[in-house]
Write a protein that binds this ligand. Structure first.
Ligand code: ADP
Ligand code: MG
Length: 308
């Protein structure tokens, strides 16, 4: 069995795990299993068990990222796990529009908090919030807010860092603007996954970007028995996810710095600026008091839902 322990916030890269409640079917199936296997222990900044509320996840994972964004520090939240493990529920809630407050997902909470903070800050005259929403589908970046843009290019500039060139940026003034925009984007998704949502707040000189990533399922192609277009989808999804793994491995490897293959997939290229933070962490940078340009939070959804 796998044991997960909460070790407290360990660095600017926050890694948490969330177990969703078992469905009736799963509860039955699990009851029949013999559990005695080897124990494996993983430590996380925090473990959210079945009874965790959306607000618990939001408060721990996203509140620091929203606060940073207002101060011009970029932040990224990535969800990772198998299909059905609870990624979209965490990001969007049961549905982006019709849901009770308690079940509201991360996106809506981030947007609400962002506007609340901006409005209550002294410098309220000088801010603007823009929202973009893209999907990486078959290694092409599609604009979910304008379907005619189906192959956006990723570029890099001195001032903006990595950005998606030509992606629609909708100026939003309040939470309901944002929700309207998000629900339009959600309706335009091809696979309902590998979605990436970016929300930017900039005050003249300080621009902070928040990226929320709802990754595609991490299951292996062989297991799905996919064919044709579905197989192509699965292959490219696997490619992005393995590229993400390779980048993280390269960044966290000890010894002499090796090549970091950001360019192996659209996903890693878009997240390059965010992932650079991982490298800084692996050094003793925190002790040296280095400034982080970005914060990153990863919410993992375990394959084995029975873990305790
Ligand atoms: P994924 O996006 O990882 O494929 P979903 O978020 O769609 O998975 O979740 C699969 C199912 O489990 C959905 O029916 C969802 O409503 C439910 N679910 C996921 N997480 C929770 C949770 N924390 N509490 C209650 N139901 C959940
Ligand atoms: Mg999903």
């Amino acid at each position: 069995s796998v044991w997960c322990s909460s070790a407290g916030r360990m660095s600017s890269v926050t890694v948490c795990v969330r177990f969703r409640p078992l469905s009736h079917k799963e509860r039955k199936a699990n009851g029949d299993k013999d559990e005695r296997e080897e124990d494996v222990i993983f430590s996380f900044d925090r473990v959210f068990y079945e009874d965790a509320e959306q607000s618990d996840v939001y408060n721990f994972l996203a509140v620091p990222i929203v606060a940073d964004a207002i101060n011009g520090i970029n932040g990224t939240i990535i969800t990772y796990g198998q299909t059905g493990a609870g990624k979209t529920y965490s990001v969007e809630g049961p549905s982006i529009l019709h849901c009770n407050k308690q079940k509201t997902g991360l996106v809506q909470r981030v947007v609400d908090e962002l506007f609340q903070s901006l409005r209550s800050s002294e410098s309220m005259a000088m801010w603007s919030v823009k929202l973009s929403m893209v999907e990486i589908y078959l290694e092409k970046v599609r604009d979910l807010l304008d379907l005619s843009k189906d192959n956006l290019q990723i570029k890099e500039s001195k001032t903006q860092g990595i950005y998606i060139s030509g992606a629609t940026e909708v100026s939003i003034m309040n939470s309901s603007d944002a929700l309207e925009c998000l629900s339009e984007g959600i309706a335009n998704r091809a696979v309902g996954e590998t979605l990436q949502q970016g929300s930017t707040s900039d005050e003249r000189l300080r621009g902070g970007k928040i990226i929320l990533v709802d990754l595609a399922g991490s299951e292996k192609v062989e297991k799905t028995g996919a064919e044709g277009r579905v197989l192509d989808e699965a292959k490219t999804i696997n490619k992005s996810l393995s590229a993400l793994g390779n980048v993280i491995n390269a960044l966290t490897a000890t010894g002499k710095p090796n090549h970091v293959p950001y360019r192996d997939s659209k996903l890693t290229r878009i997240l390059q600026d965010a992932l650079v933070g991982v490298k800084k962490i692996s050094r003793v940078s925190e002790l040296l008091g280095w400034q982080f340009k970005s914060g990153i939070a990863v919410l993992l959804f375990p394959q084995c839902l029975k873990c305790t």
